[in-house]
Design a binder for this molecule. Structure first.
Ligand code: HEM
Length: 323
C-alpha cells in the first residue's frame, strides 16, 4: 500500500463494521494492567516513542532481523522500553476476530489511551482518531536522532519539540507523564553528582543510596518510591496513593526540585515553562484536559515512508525481506 496521506478518523473501525476493535483493546489493556499495573507506564511511553520517530507507524515494535540488526527497539534512547508483550497479545486477539484489519500502530495509540484512562482512574479520557497503517522501516539511528535525551537542557528540549510543531506548553504538559513509570541507572546517573541548585539535596542522597544497586529501577515519581527512599529524601512517607497514578504530582515534585531527570529539572530554567509548572501544580483538572489534548496531537503525527501494510504480527513485517 502506498504511504502518506492516511486519513485518520474517530470511530474508523466502527465505520468498517468492526465495532468490537476498541472494546477488545480496552478489555485486553485493563486485563494486563489489573495483573501488572506497571505495564501502563510502558504503554504510554511506547506510544510516545512510536509517534515521535517518523510518525505513528508501529515501527518501534519491529524486532531485529538479519537484514536489519538495528531497529528502533535497540536504540540507546529506547532504554527500558517495554510493553511489547501486551501489544502482541492484543494483536493476536484482534487477528482472531478481524483478521488483517487493525494496524499495530492503531493498537499502540488505543492502548496508550486506555492505559491513560486506567492509571488516572478515568480522569483522563479522549477519543483516538484511527486508520493508521504499519510502516516497514525501523532504524535505531532515527530513534536516537529524534527522541529527546534525559540530559537535555531547556533549549534542546524546546527545539526537539518545535521540530514536531509542539509548543513549550505541550512539552510541559507531556512531561507530566513522568508521574508514572520507572527509569534505569544510565538515565539518571548524571543526577547523582548534579549541583545543589539542580536537585534537592535530600532527594539526591536518597537517589545515591538507591543507585548503589545499579540494576534497581528508580520510580520517576518519588511518590512511588520505597518507604526508606522517601524517608531519606524528606518526603512524606504517608503519601502513597498507589503506584503509577497518572496525575499532576509531577508538578509538585518539579517545584520541590525532586524530579528524576535533568530534562525534568530543566523546565524550571525557562520563565514561561516555570509558570506552566506552577499552573499545572495548582490546577489538576486543567492538566488532565491539556494532557488528553496533547496525547491526541501526538497520535496525529503522520507516518512517513513509502510502503505500509497491516501487519499480521506486530514484531515483524509481513514480508520478511521487507526491511
Ligand atoms: C520531554 C522529553 C522526555 C525525556 C527526555 C524523557 C526521558 C525519559 C527517560 C530517560 C525515561 C527512563 C527510561 C529508562 O531508563 O528506562 C523515561 C521514562 C518514561 N517516559 Fe519519558 N521522556 C520525555 C518525554 C516523555 C513523554 C512526552 C511521555 C509520554 C507522553 C513520556 C513517558 C514516559 C513514561 C511513561 C516513562 C516510564 C516508562 C516505564 O516505566 O516503562 N516521556 N522518559
Amino acid at each position: 500500500m502506498p504511504g502518506g496521506g492516511q486519513q485518520l478518523t474517530v470511530g474508523y473501525y466502527n465505520a468498517k463494521n468492526c465495532g468490537g476493535v476498541e472494546p477488545i483493546v480496552r478489555g485486553e489493556v485493563y486485563k494486563a494492567l489489573a495483573a501488572d499495573r506497571s505495564k501502563g507506564a510502558a504503554l504510554v511511553r511506547l506510544f510516545f516513542h512510536d509517534c515521535w520517530v517518523n510518525g505513528c507507524d508501529g515501527s518501534v515494535l519491529l524486532n531485529a532481523s538479519q537484514r536489519n540488526p538495528y531497529p528502533e527497539k535497540v536504540a540507546v534512547s529506547n532504554i527500558g522500553l517495554r510493553g511489547f508483550d501486551v501489544i502482541e497479545a492484543i494483536k493476536a486477539r484482534l487477528e482472531s476476530v478481524y483478521p488483517g484489519v487493525v494496524s499495530c500502530a492503531d493498537i499502540v495509540a488505543f492502548a496508550a489511551r486506555d492505559a491513560t484512562r486506567y492509571l488516572s482512574d478515568g480522569h483522563i479520557d479522549y477519543a483516538v482518531p484511527s486508520g493508521r497503517w504499519d510502516g516497514v522501516v525501523s532504524r535505531a539511528k532515527d530513534a536516537d536522532d529524534t527522541l529527546p535525551g534525559s540530559t537535555f537542557a531547556f533549549g534542546e528540549l524546546k527545539k526537539n519539540f518545535d521540530n514536531k510543531k509542539f509548543t513549550v506548553e505541550e512539552l510541559v504538559v507531556l512531561s507530566g507523564a513522568h508521574s508514572i513509570g520507572v527509569a534505569h541507572y544510565p538515565s539518571f546517573q548524571d543526577r547523582l553528582t548534579a549541583p545543589q541548585d539542580e536537585i534537592d539535596a535530600r532527594y539526591q542522597k536518597a537517589l545515591r543510596n538507591a543507585a548503589k544497586d545499579r540494576s534497581r529501577p528508580v520510580a520517576n515519581d518519588i511518590r512511588d518510591e520505597s518507604y526508606s527512599f522517601k524517608k531519606d529524601a524528606g518526603y512524606p512517607t504517608a503519601v502513597s496513593g498507589g503506584r503509577d497514578y497518572l496525575n499532576n504530582t509531577y508538578y509538585h515534585n518539579a517545584l520541590d526540585n525532586r524530579v528524576l531527570f535533568k530534562s525534568d529539572w530543566a523546565l524550571r530554567t525557562d520563565a514561561f515553562a516555570f509558570g506552566k509548572l506552577q499552573e499545572y501544580r495548582d490546577k489538576p483538572k486543567e492538566w488532565d484536559s491539556d494532557f488528553a489534548d496533547a496525547m491526541v496531537k501526538l497520535s496525529k503525527l503522520a507516518a512517513k515512508g513509502e510502503d505500509f501494510e497491516i501487519r499480521k504480527k506486530c514484531s515483524t513485517t509481513n514480508n520478511p525481506s521487507h526491511y
